[in-house]
Design a protein around this ligand. Structure first.
Ligand code: 9WN
Length: 450
């Protein structure tokens, strides 16, 4: 990729060098059919990571992006769920916890050909598949014909097996992708933290990242307990929806589900199929989101704890993600933009880079701890796409410039301090590399691949 313009008038950045570094990271993290998020911390294929990664791989070769997605679909379960991890059989079980021997997917009837986890992640894959289909040109239709049934099955699973009053529920914080978000504190802290689990299980994440930037042992014990209970009930969603100790309706997950229906409509159209059902589904979910999760008082979408029936008060970046939906009522859209640029998130304000993952004014805001404050490139990119969907191009542009500036300053880190720009979590992180490439290609029309 050859990029020559500066991203910001204030700083002359060597964008060509940045792009080459991002390509190198994606190549180094590629394992022949898929890309690991990070070679040591996350040494397998992760579900929503692969979708973001494919958006960047398309500038290396669109064929590689297609393989990335199709290999993930190869791990899809018979019920349609796309598991949050597809394990690489060449990597030892102890390299990541919880690994294949914990999830035991191979013991299930009709299990996929490789070991997987049993939980899911936000369905962003149709968005990536749509982009890759376009990029493949004449070969796009063949790819779309293979991807479409997997994507439709994924969304049917979400609607039928996770549906709660017309929206989708998640049964583990990891399913939201924003694992350690303060929004989960109240429902998660109702789950007993049994530290004796660490007599049988060993955390591997803190071998590779600072403990102060990762979830606490207490929260990890709760994650293990929830995953064990899902596994020991045979990954039965009826049981989980009604009896699990953690059942939450997340605005980010649901907005991405609706957005993916819009991408499916485009893929269906390219395949000569009727897109109307997907369009209607996106509109239905949008209406439910506004009816059930919009808070007029907080001017943001909030998660709902299904067990208590209450809205959870934390203002997180997940509550801004519904901006992606074009049929959002104008009043909601305007209020959401005001929240985004106001004191809680400070987007576009002097001294704030990207979109912080959590409310800057909350006493629990922590700019270095995993999903409790730092800026991540994926959620910043999603909000920027949402702004673009509503014609707020100047702020969308600024957020994309912030993404570039963060990487130029701190490297391809997993997350960043919104105020100082310092980098945290793992290094050479694949979705940071991929979304950087995607943004450079969007921002700089003269970007070329080669
Ligand atoms: C658990 C891989 C994943 C991301 C998640 C992020 C983190 C895993 C972990 O890493 O979660 O799935 O071990 O902490 O929270 O969004 O998909 O990059």
């Amino acid at each position: 990729m050859v990029v020559t313009r500066t991203a910001s008038p204030a700083a002359a950045l060597d964008l060509d060098q940045l792009a080459r570094t991002a390509v190198r990271v994606l190549i180094e993290n590629w394992h022949g059919h898929a890309t690991v998020p990070s070679r040591r911390l996350y040494p397998h294929q992760w579900s929503w990571d692969s979708a973001f990664i494919a958006l960047g791989q398309q500038y290396i070769t669109p064929q590689r992006a297609a393989v990335e997605l199709l290999s993930l679909f190869g791990a899809q379960w018979a019920d349609g769920r796309i598991p949050h991890i597809a394990f690489n059989p060449a990597v030892p079980d102890h390299a990541y916890f919880p690994g294949p021997s914990f999830w035991r997917s191979s013991q299930l009837p009709g299990h996929p050909p490789i070991d997987t986890s049993g939980i899911i992640q936000p369905p962003v894959h149709a968005i990536a598949a749509h982009a890759v289909m376009d990029r493949l040109g004449a070969n796009g239709r063949d790819f779309a014909a293979r991807a479409y049934p997997a994507l439709v099955a994924q969304n049917s699973y979400i609607r039928e097996r996770r549906g709660v009053k017309g929206l989708a529920a998640v049964v583990h914080p990891w399913e939201t992708g924003l694992d350690n978000s303060p929004a989960w504190d109240e429902p998660l802290h109702a789950v007993p933290a049994d530290l004796s689990l660490f007599e049988s299980y060993t955390r591997r994440d803190i071998d590779h990242a600072r403990a102060s930037e990762r979830p606490t042992d207490e929260d990890y014990a709760r994650y293990i307990r929830l995953a064990l209970s899902y596994r020991d009930h045979g990954y039965d969603d009826d049981w989980m929806r009604s009896r699990s100790e953690f059942v939450v309706v997340d605005p980010g997950f649901n907005a991405l589900w609706a957005w993916s229906e819009l991408a499916l409509a485009e893929i269906a159209r390219a395949l000569g199929r009727n897109p109307d059902g997907h369009q209607r589904e996106a509109e239905r979910i949008t209406t439910e989101l506004v009816d059930q999760l919009w808070s007029t008082e907080s001017e943001i979408f909030l998660a709902r704890d299904k067990r208590s029936g209450r809205l959870l008060g934390e203002r997180t970046v997940a509550g801004l993600i519904p901006l992606l939906l074009p049929k959002l009522p104008q009043g909601v859209r305007d209020a959401l933009c005001a929240t985004l640029t106001g004191p809680s998130f400070g987007a576009g304000q002097l001294g704030i880079r990207g979109v912080p993952s959590f409310d800057l004014t909350d006493r629990r805001y922590n700019p270095r701890r995993y999903w409790r404050g730092p800026t991540w490139l994926n959620t910043t990119w999603l909000v920027a796409e949402g702004l673009r969907a509503h014609g707020a191009d100047a702020l969308a542009h600024r957020l994309r410039d912030d993404m570039v500036a963060l990487v130029a300053n701190a490297g391809l880190r997993e997350y960043f301090n919104p105020r100082t720009g310092s980098g945290h979590g793992t290094s050479n992180f694949s979705w940071s590399a991929a979304l950087l490439l995607h943004v450079l290609a969007e921002v700089l029309p003269q970007a070329e691949t080669g």
